[in-house]
Design a binder for this molecule. Structure first.
Ligand SMILES: Nc1nc2c(ncn2[C@@H]2O[C@H](COP(=O)(O)OP(=O)(O)OP(=O)(O)O)[C@@H](O)[C@H]2O)c(=O)[nH]1
Ligand SMILES: [Mg+2]
Length: 447
């Protein structure tokens, strides 16, 4: 924390501009030393200053330098940012010079880590910085931004405050049992408060189940007999020839995947090997994988051939996937109809793309994406936060269970304070150094 750190904050590819970020007590001294232009130590905070980076008499680049003095900066330290010309060599050279002059190369996420350690943002907000950078869809961006602005943290703090009140109440009664005017801790007063907290936490957990869908996308498996046109459908959905299509049954032997954005959601389509009894070793493995994909998918598109009678295997396949998790697509509608089917289905073909829009609309409908889009986005955005919410819930349930029994109140308080602690870990009011190391190592350097 005492070092002045530096890193390239922009992408490490060729671009018009690169930003090299410097943060720490020495930031201004070090950059002033290599900057020719106005005296940076005398300029006002939050200004951009034109000049040159000059080192050992050599002009390295023409730059704009932003000077931002603490505490109103990203890290709450002095931050100086050099806007140089893009390109790997110039950027690298300036970075080298900064290191020569006393900066240390920042670790991944170290600027954000400092923002956290210096109390500008909490841990949940810090995590959403990374989520925002890595957002793959519009919805993921919205979720990250909502958490970055602190809405989720506020909710956690609000719930935590309620627990604090309960604990204070218990403490007073343990410490001063002789005071009659202090609210007596009984089942009648504690229980309703704890139940309220429990339902707050439950609500957050239930909402949070959507965050995987929003961040990582929805896995949609395309399954069916060989040769019904699964790979053709995948290619048409992706609008590229990703999977090999031939008229030989058993063409797809391994999983082929591709993603599109639908209504702001990421949909990961997974094309599988046609499922059938086979003696071919490679195909057998493919078929086995297909079955696993069906079990793990959020939605399954079962493809049938309009030109063939439905087989017993296909009927079993339809039955094996719950209605709310499947869409039946009858493909090859350009050929004579031979199929006989009672279930609801989408009819189409990949020759003229007929039915493909209906298929997409059905995906939106079955997954209830329109509804999900309008839902409140105040919830846990990753597994760490969600598992802490679940731990807190467990402790609260334990406390509620014991409160009416013969368990002494100070024992009940242990569970209550566990819940309080788990919620505090979400926002980083309670944390261990190890956690910070793993958490920030997922960030990019310069953030
Ligand atoms: N007439 C017609 N032919 C189609 C249609 N869709 C796909 N085909 C043809 O059907 C054959 C099989 O298509 P694929 O997409 O490879 O079928 P698949 O289900 O992936 O087959 P496997 O990978 O072997 O399981 C190819 O010759 C395609 O050109 C369609 O809508 N109409
Ligand atoms: Mg295929």
């Amino acid at each position: 924390m005492e070092d002045t750190i530096c890193a390239v904050a922009t992408s490490r590819m060729v671009g018009a501009i690169s930003i090299i970020r410097v943060s720490g007590d020495e930031a201004l001294d070090i950059v002033s030393h290599i900057f020719k232009g106005k005296d940076l130590k005398k300029v006002a905070s939050h200004t951009i200053n034109y000049g040159h980076i000059v080192y050992n008499g050599e002009v390295i680049d023409e730059v704009l330098v932003s000077v931002m003095l603490k505490p109103n900066t990203y890290t709450k330290e002095d931050v100086v940012e050099i806007n140089s010309h893009g390109g790997l060599n110039t950027t690298k050279k300036i970075l080298e010079i900064l290191i020569n002059c006393g900066c240390r190369l920042a670790e991944p996420g170290e600027f954000t880590k400092r923002a956290f350690l210096n109390g500008r943002i909490d841990l949940a907000e810090a995590e959403s910085v990374n989520d925002l950078i890595n957002a793959k869809t519009d919805m993921a961006r919205k979720l990250a931004l909502n958490n970055l602005t602190g809405n989720f943290s506020k909710e956690i703090k609000r719930v935590r405050q309620k627990i604090t009140d309960v604990m204070a109440n218990i403490e007073v009664n343990i410490d001063y049992p002789e005071y009659n005017d202090i609210e007596v801790v009984t089942n009648d007063t504690l229980l309703p408060k704890l139940k309220e907290v429990k339902s707050d936490v439950e609500r957050l957990i239930n909402n949070s189940e959507n965050s995987k869908i929003i961040k990582e996308g929805i896995d949609v498996a395309i399954v069916g007999k060989p040769n019904v046109g699964k790979s053709s459908i995948l290619n048409r959905l992706l609008d590229e020839d990703k999977a090999i299509v031939t008229d030989i049954a058993g063409t797809t032997r391994d999983i082929v995947e591709g993603s599109i954005s639908l209504n702001g959601f990421l949909i990961n389509f997974i094309d599988t090997a046609g499922i059938r009894e086979t003696e071919d070793v490679v195909e057998k493995i493919g078929v086995q994988k297909s079955r696993e994909v069906i079990d793990n998918a959020d939605l399954v598109i079962i493809v049938l051939n309009n030109n063939e009678k439905i087989t017993e295997y296909e009927e079993d396949l339809i039955k094996s996937v719950p209605k709310n998790k499947r869409i039946i697509m009858v493909n090859k509608s350009d050929l004579d109809r031979k199929i006989d089917l009672e279930d609801k289905y989408i009819l189409g073909n990949t020759v003229s793309d007929k039915g493909l829009d209906n298929l997409k609309n059905e995906i939106i409908k079955v997954l209830d994406l329109n509804n999900l889009m309008n839902k409140d986005l105040t919830y846990a955005s990753n597994v760490r936060q969600l598992s802490l919410l679940k731990k807190a819930l467990k402790s609260l349930e334990e406390a509620i269970k014991n409160i009416g029994g013969y368990v002494p109140i100070d024992m009940v308080e242990i569970d209550i304070s566990d819940a309080w602690k788990h919620l505090g870990e979400i926002t980083g009011e309670v944390y261990e150094d190890e956690l910070l190391d793993t958490l920030f190592s997922n960030f990019c350097v310069g953030k």
